[in-house]
Ligand binder design. Structure first.
Ligand SMILES: Nc1ncnc2c1ncn2[C@@H]1O[C@H](COP(=O)(O)OP(=O)(O)O)[C@@H](O)[C@H]1O
Ligand SMILES: [Mg+2]
Length: 170
């Protein structure tokens, strides 16, 4: 970011909004390291989601802490990176930012109908469409006082990636 500190972008939003696609697009455009937030869940959380059961906050803290710790390594190394992580609530985003001043969010937004259609065609993934309603109910939009940008994610993947890069100034 010009002053020697890294740029750390966390791509957020509900299941199916396109976090993985956009995070991969940002990684490709910038050459930054990419981390998939899904990969930081303890096995018990993955099993729960596969069974169609919503995670509780108690389930989420170890996951978010693991991701925060990975980000902290990048922060200390001065390595810019991009992370996909639903981070639906402000309290979850606060965990990721804790000790990591370079974090900013790229909040992807699309309505429920668009999202349901995408998830139904992604059957191999552990997040069933039945959890989408719970996610939409849980979601707290990015606050004006949180660092980052909001991006409309309803368009074609390539369009959304360009919108995200543009909004982030990358
Ligand atoms: N902008 C888009 N338009 C149409 N389909 C998309 C778009 N972005 C992602 N998809 C598809 O929707 C599904 C969910 O995308 P993904 O990036 O995995 O979402 P997330 O990581 O937020 O759960 C995938 O099958 C993906 O190919
Ligand atoms: Mg994903």
């Amino acid at each position: 970011m010009g002053d020697g500190s890294p740029d750390i972008v966390v791509v957020t939003g509900v299941a199916g909004v396109g976090k993985s696609v956009v995070a991969q697009g940002i990684a490709r455009a910038t050459g930054w390291t990419l981390a998939e937030g899904d990969g930081f869940h303890p096995p018990a959380n993955v099993a729960k989601m596969r069974a169609g059961r919503a995670l509780t906050d108690a389930d989420r803290w170890p996951w978010l802490a693991a991701l925060r710790d990975w980000i902290a390594v990048q922060e200390r190394a001065g390595s810019s990176c991009v992370v996909s992580c639903s981070a639906l609530k402000r309290s979850y985003r606060d965990v990721l930012r804790d000790g990591n001043p370079s974090v900013r969010f790229c909040a992807l937004q699309a309505d429920g109908e668009v999202l349901r259609g995408r998830l139904e065609s992604r059957r191999e993934h552990f997040m069933p469409a039945s959890l989408l309603n719970s996610q939409l109910g849980t979601q707290e939009p990015l606050g004006a006082d949180e660092p980052g940008v909001r991006v409309d994610a309803a368009g074609e993947p390539a369009v959304v990636v360009v919108s995200a890069l543009d909004a982030l100034g990358l």
